[in-house]
Design a protein around this ligand. Structure first.
Ligand code: ASP
Length: 454
């Protein structure tokens, strides 16, 4: 069977006509690129906000930006969205008055509020796909628009966090027989009753992953605005390089810890079919990018180091705590009830720490204290804030004794106190929790010791 490539282009890759033309040239340069999934236009020099954010702002009567302490009224968002599409159509030199008219009519459409939010939020992808299809056609491509509602992306009724339902796959597979290039808007599908529902934010990656899986793509290319996945955040550690190859497992460990590259649920199905995911830069298509594969032979120990800020931990101390069956579960149940996300839970004979997302504690600290007091009657109950967790990751670490010692020594040499230590059971990651003010130095020291020296 012919090798087919699914490529997904993110918002910055499609932010204006100049970017769209780069996409055209990428699609043109390899005839296997037959499935083109597109995001809504992202930020560029002319606007600090993404089209999708403006759409949420329109749909929520201005609440979306107000919650972020930004003063952008919904009618401003309306003009910016329609202005952005108008400019795109003009700059691309295509006839698009029908597209602009339909867009404005959709943005004014009256429907029940819970459905309207998702419908409006999806319009960025919907109309961008229309514009891009027309542009490719104007350049002589055999391209056609394939809307999720037509190709059978059927999703659950979880508005703003919809999931693709299994019946979608057989329908999507039919895309294999389609001629030419299919342009597919990302980020949304339709429910069994025909309503539009969007995925969680960044969800065009999910559409790309589901299309790649359904048609059994040889490759899923994820085109973005960086050269790939870096060993550590290059803004914090100059000299950090792009990682050429990573396993699905490694990228998951890196993404879940602050590597904000792409929606890692997009990998779940690709992993089942071992479809490699190639992260590439639309603005620098000659760079090698990062290839995510199911297996690789490691040539290094740690391949990357993730960092997560805004962590707090709840510390509970009581004599014999470890002998109380279910003590950890009791605390976790309380955190679940109050929607507090948790990360790690190191325990000992008489004490227990649960690392949580600090932002989730806002306004809940007192009631959590009361509940934990009631459940466990602890001798000490503390909440410690402003923790950073630094996590070296790499499948090569498992076979190499002494990495933890090496890492701890590097921190000792910088006089950095490690407050929390936790090694992942697969032995391909470990985590150091420390006060936030140590984190920059810790990251640099660990990078020098575990990666730059390799
Ligand atoms: N446009 C949507 C967002 O901004 C989805 C995406 O770009 O992946 O979240």
């Amino acid at each position: 069977m012919e090798d087919l490539i699914t490529c997904k282009f993110g918002g910055t890759s499609l932010a204006n006509a100049c970017q769209v033309d780069k996409v055209r040239s990428i699609v043109e340069s390899d005839e296997r690129r037959r499935y083109v999934v597109v995001s809504a236009p992202g930020k560029d020099g002319t606007d600090d906000e993404k089209v999708t954010d403006h759409l949420f702002n329109i749909a929520t009567g201005g609440k979306h930006f107000k919650d972020q302490h930004k003063d952008i009224p919904p009618h401003d968002s309306f003009s910016r969205v329609s202005g952005k599409f108008k400019k795109l159509v003009t700059d691309l030199g295509i006839e698009g008055s029908d597209i602009l008219k339909d867009l404005e009519a959709d943005l004014r459409r009256d429907m029940p509020q819970e459905k309207r939010v998702d419908f409006i939020a999806s319009r960025g992808e919907h109309y961008n796909a229309k514009v891009i299809t027309r542009y490719l056609q104007s350049k002589g491509f055999n391209a056609s628009l394939r809307l999720p509602e037509d190709i059978g992306i059927v999703v659950s009724e979880d508005f703003s966090d919809a999931r693709v339902l299994p019946e979608s796959y057989a329908r999507l597979k039919e895309l294999r027989d389609a001629d030419g290039i299919a342009v597919i808007p990302g980020y949304y599908g339709t429910t069994r009753s025909g309503d539009v529902a969007v995925f969680s934010r960044g969800g065009s990656d999910l559409t790309g992953g589901e299309v790649a899986y359904s048609i059994d793509s040889a490759l899923y290319e994820n085109w973005t605005d960086t050269d790939g996945v870096y060993q550590v955040d290059p803004r914090l550690v100059p000299g950090a390089e792009v990682i050429p190859r990573l396993t699905y497992k490694e990228i998951r460990l890196l993404s879940s810890k602050g590597f904000d590259i792409f929606h890692f649920n997009a990998m779940i199905n690709c992993k089942k079919r071992k479809i490699p995911i190639h992260i590439r830069n639309t603005n620098n298509p000659d760079s090698d990018g990062t290839l995510i594969v199911s297996e690789r032979v490691p040539e290094e120990t740690a391949v990357g180091i993730a960092r997560l800020d805004d962590v707090a931990y709840i510390y509970v101390e009581k004599d014999g705590l470890a002998e109380v069956i279910g003590a950890t579960k009791d605390v976790l149940d309380i955190l679940k009830e109050y929607s507090v996300h948790t990360y790690h839970y190191p325990t000992d004979k008489d004490d227990l720490a649960i690392l949580v997302d600090q932002n989730d504690l806002m306004g809940k600290a007192d009631v959590l204290r009361e509940e934990i007091d009631k459940a466990l009657c602890p001798d000490v109950l503390d909440m410690i804030y402003n923790i950073s967790v630094i996590s070296p990751v790499g499948i090569g670490m498992k076979e190499n004794p002494g990495i933890l010692a090496q890492a701890a020594t590097a921190l000792k040499n910088e006089n950095i106190n490690i407050e929390i230590v936790d090694q992942g059971p697969a032995q391909i990651s470990f985590h150091f929790g420390m006060q936030r003010y140590y984190a920059d130095d810790a990251l640099s020291a660990l990078y020098r010791e575990l990666i730059a020296r390799d």
